[in-house]
Design a protein. Structure first.
Length: 111
């Protein structure tokens, strides 16, 4: 009887440990569902009323967009040779300035 109780206890502990370890493993999944896949192309250095920001091309969309500011928790890694960079993002249209579309980015991550 004692052996059966001990083996059930050990099995229970092993199963609990397995589930705890398995649930803590993730591959940079931040729990956010991203609506768009895009390419962060490069900064727009032009000086005009409707220029500036970062040029972004959203997958399956022929428009080019601009991002003026990124969320505070996003670390922009700026090394020219590393662009374009694949990203996932959630966004809303901020404004249309003479055909240049500016986005507000809610969530963003590198792929």
């Amino acid at each position: 009887m004692k052996k059966m109780i001990i083996s059930r206890t050990l099995i229970s502990i092993a199963l609990i440990g397995f589930f705890l370890i398995g649930s803590s493993c993730n591959d940079d999944d931040d729990g956010i569902v991203y609506e768009s896949t895009a390419m962060l192309i490069m900064p727009d250095f032009a000086l005009c009323p409707c220029c500036g920001g970062w040029i972004v091309e959203i997958e399956n969309d022929s428009s080019r967009y601009r991002i003026e500011t990124f969320p505070e928790d996003f670390e922009l890694i700026w090394e020219e040779e590393d662009f374009p960079k694949a990203i996932d993002l959630n966004w809303t249209l901020n404004r249309d300035c003479a055909g240049t579309l500016f986005l507000d980015v809610d969530d963003i991550r590198y792929q």
